[in-house]
Write a protein that binds this ligand. Structure first.
Ligand code: GLC
Length: 796
């Protein structure tokens, strides 16, 4: 069953059937301000932090689903009938009204045709301003003159999620509203700069700033009294709950159109006046939307592919890049699932995100890398979850200042000890830094001075050594890295037990560091860390091979996890993919291990994380054994590691297998299977219920998952094989034999490369010849910034 389609030319996903089984998400904003919105204008707006600076209120995991939102109502003032421009909250029967939702890049448009009136509400946050604009275009298609009313509604929040959800004896008396000059202002009395404004492009005919006055007793957003009555009551109050109700009457002649807009922004009324002036005219709003479009044009043009796989083309050129960028922009903690209760940066997630969009957004990735470097403890582990401003020289303390509601955290309590350290967190950073330098060519980055979270400083390069030394030191009885609180798998809690995945990750990071040391001419370091790498590989190869695959690790009591003798939790994806990706596994073992992955873990919706799923709690292994079978880390199709398998197959040269895995997980391919998938087909989801669960195939938690970024990396750097190195652009595809070739346009260090890959002998991997501007060359050295090169690659 299909609910919509991809519109590649407009870079939109168009939802034609809005009665979706779950919210389909989009993100608005590209800087400080962000809105998480769904297909019916439900969602919430925040500035900087969804935890302590929530602008609009949201009731998560509730019924009705994902309300309130940023709503516009229309009312026929001759018949008193009303409806909303987004299908919800009024919810007109879909056989009487046409509703559509178009999710674009950083904007969403809600379209409605009802009662002879066509209306489009477009939500977006312009570049450079902290305001959410609700643009409204109306057209009278009824063939007769009409008298209509337009109403806006959003519920304002008390900023901090705790203020907004508990201890109302305080928060209900700490925020108030006023109305003047056509603008509602909300004042969060206890916050120094706690103001929001809500303005419109017109002079309102009536208003309500008090929620209860707009909605009415025993009513909801579906049937608000103010809209039903056709005029708002002019309410404001110091204390209570505030809302954004503005009203305008319109008279439309036959075929007339009207445009207006609402502005929900950060700051005082006078800021609302400025924004109202700036965006009052439709041309200014169109220009702001065009600016957003060129922002995304610029990012998307950094890498454009044309392959025989249409799903891959749309996802890589558009949605997977978008998903990856959104993760780097807003980190992980704002969605319909994570509703802002914990914000800041997750160390491992951010460290992985930061390597995914280096080509399209190197500046933002660099900011993230610096934040992570400052969040490293001098012992060598990263702070698993931290707010970057804690460690910024000029960092403002952002915590809420209420004397009674939220205690101000003490700085020393922010630096957790070894007991809470995750064994993988900082290892990701080493490889992300080397990839940053490979992308930008900025070798000086390695020698920048940077602080540690717990005091002291050295260079980026030395931070990397500190991380590698920590993992070398923190090994268990078998010489394999200790699992600590968790490794990549949050639910594998091995403590002093050992994690195969982390040892392989260590090998991978060491390989990248050695390459960097060589590029910098630091041969002593290269030799030292190469020896460390060789020793780590030897430990892995002697301790971790089970015969047909690699173990997942050892419990603290020394029991191996993931052996052929285990009835449950036999084969695990993380260790086997990283054995290959890290370069530790021999070709023979690597192939055998990945064959086992295919045999035990493959499903039509992607690879399961492990199988068979655990059914009995076993605290030596961890929380994974306490999650229901087929869900989350216990035998679901956990998306994030799937691309590791595509990349591993490419290391092994098996392009058909890599593409089989790619196609299975690819959300685009499930566009007509929404009765099973439920979630949006334009975003990778955190996990898909596995075959041991009744809802096998149902996808959960879109956007905020490392699978977006890793899919992008695995598809572009491994499958299509376009990989920056310190001194050259490597082109080493691994594709299905059936492909005749493909093309890629890639921006790299300021030059444009038009790459044509030909596959005349129908192989999967191997390059016979490389031509740059018609001249045969051994490797593709960086060209001067501003130049354009035609590159021809002949496989063979
Ligand atoms: C979630 C976490 C991520 C973790 C993964 C597997 O996606 O955000 O950090 O690696 O689960 O447990």
């Amino acid at each position: 069953m299909q609910y919509g389609h991809f519109d590649e030319s407009r870079r939109e996903y168009v939802i034609d059937r809005v009665d979706l089984p779950t919210s389909w998400t989009n993100y608005l904003g590209t800087e400080r301000m962000c809105a998480v919105v769904n297909h019916t204008a439900g969602g919430y707006l925040f500035c900087n932090s969804a935890e302590y600076h929530r602008i609009t209120r949201f009731r998560a995991n509730a019924v009705p689903m994902d309300r309130p939102g940023h709503y516009i109502y229309l009312r026929d003032d001759e018949t008193d009938e009303y409806w909303s421009v987004s299908w919800q909250p009024v919810g007109k029967p879909l056989d009487e009204a046409v509703y559509r939702c178009r999710h674009g890049f950083s904007y969403t448009a809600y379209e409605c045709e009802y009662n002879g009136i066509k209306a489009v509400q477009t939500l977006f946050i312009p570049r450079g301003e902290d305001v959410e604009i609700w643009d409204l275009a109306i057209e009278n298609q009824s063939g007769r003159p009409r008298k209509l009313s337009v109403f806006s509604y959003a519920e304002l929040s008390f900023h901090h999620i705790d203020m907004d959800n508990r201890n109302f004896q305080m928060s209900l008396y700490a925020a108030g509203s006023s109305y003047e000059n056509g603008i509602i202002e909300q004042d969060l009395f206890y916050e120094e700069d706690g103001y929001q404004y809500f303005a419109a492009s017109f002079e309102p005919d009536s208003f309500d700033a008090v929620r209860e006055a707009f909605i009415g007793d025993y009513r909801t957003e579906t049937n608000p009294i103010g809209v039903e009555r056709g005029v708002l009551s002019g309410s404001t109050e110091l204390g209570g709950n505030q809302c954004c109700g503005l009203h305008k009457q319109l008279s439309l002649a036959v075929a007339d159109t009207a445009n207006c807009a609402f502005f929900l922004g950060e700051g005082r009324r006078r800021e609302g006046v400025r924004i109202r002036e700036k965006y009052r005219h439709v041309a200014a709003r169109e220009a702001a939307l065009a600016e957003l479009r060129s922002f995304w044009d610029e990012r998307c043009s950094a890498l454009v592919i044309d392959t025989p796989n249409p799903a891959m083309n749309t996802m890589i050129n558009q949605w997977t890049l978008y998903q990856s960028e959104i993760n780097v922009m807003f980190s992980r903690f704002a969605s319909f699932i994570e509703v802002g209760g914990r914000t800041g940066l997750g160390y491992r997630d951010t460290a992985q995100d930061a390597m995914t969009v280096l080509h399209s957004d190197p500046e933002r990735c660099r900011v993230r890398l610096m934040q992570l470097l400052r969040g490293l403890v001098s012992e060598g582990y990263g702070l698993h979850l931290f707010s970057p401003e804690w460690f910024e020289a000029d960092g403002k303390k952002q915590s809420f200042k209420s004397p009674t509601v939220v205690p101000t955290p003490d700085k020393s309590s922010m630096i957790h000890g070894l007991a809470d350290a995750c064994s993988d967190d900082a290892l990701w950073l080493v490889s992300s830094i080397t990839d940053y330098i490979r992308e930008t060519g900025d070798l000086n980055f390695a020698d920048l001075t940077v602080t540690y979270a717990d005091g002291g400083s050295d260079t980026v390069y030395d931070h990397m050594k500190t991380i590698l030394d920590f993992s070398a030191r923190m090994v268990g009885a078998h010489g394999i890295c200790q699992g600590l609180r968790a490794d990549w798998n949050d639910c594998l809690n091995l403590g002093g037990g050992e994690s195969a995945m982390v040892s392989f990750l260590h090998v991978f990071a060491l390989g990248n560091f050695v390459a960097l040391a060589r590029a910098l001419g630091r041969e002593d370091d290269a030799a030292h860390y190469e020896a460390m790498r060789t020793a780590a590989i030897a430990a892995c190869e002697t301790q971790l091979w089970d015969g047909k695959w690699y173990l997942r690790g050892f419990t603290a009591k020394g029991r191996p996890i993931g052996t052929d003798a285990d009835p449950e939790g036999k084969v695990h994806m993380e260790s086997n993919t990283w054995a290959v990706l890290s370069g530790a596994a021999s070709a023979e073992r690597g192939k055998q291990a990945m064959d086992s992955v295919d045999e035990w873990l493959f499903t039509p919706y992607g690879l399961m994380l492990n199988a068979p799923a655990y059914s009995k709690p076993d605290d030596d292994v961890g929380f994974v054994t306490r999650v229901y079978k087929g869900l989350k880390e216990n035998g679901s199709i956990f998306s994030h590691p799937n691309p590791w398998a595509w990349a591993a197959e490419c290391v092994l040269g098996r392009g058909v297998r890599a593409m089989k895995f790619y196609d299975a997980l690819c959300p685009y391919n499930q566009n007509d299977l929404i009765e099973v998938r439920k979630a949006e087909p334009y975003s990778y989801c955190q996990f898909i219920s596995g075959q041991d669960h009744t809802k096998f195939g149902e996808a959960h938690h879109p956007f905020m998952t490392g699978s977006g970024g890793w899919s992008y990396v695995a598809a572009t750097r491994y499958m299509l094989g376009i990989r920056p190195e310190f001194d050259r652009l490597e082109i080493d595809p691994c594709i299905p034999q059936s492909w005749d070739g493909f093309t890629v346009t890639r921006r790299w260090r300021g030059a444009a490369y038009h790459i044509q890959v030909e596959n005349p002998h129908h192989i999967s991997k191997g390059v016979a010849a490389l031509y740059v501007n018609g001249v045969k060359t051994a490797s593709l050295a960086p060209l001067p910034a501003g130049s354009t090169a035609q590159v021809r690659v002949v496989m063979g």
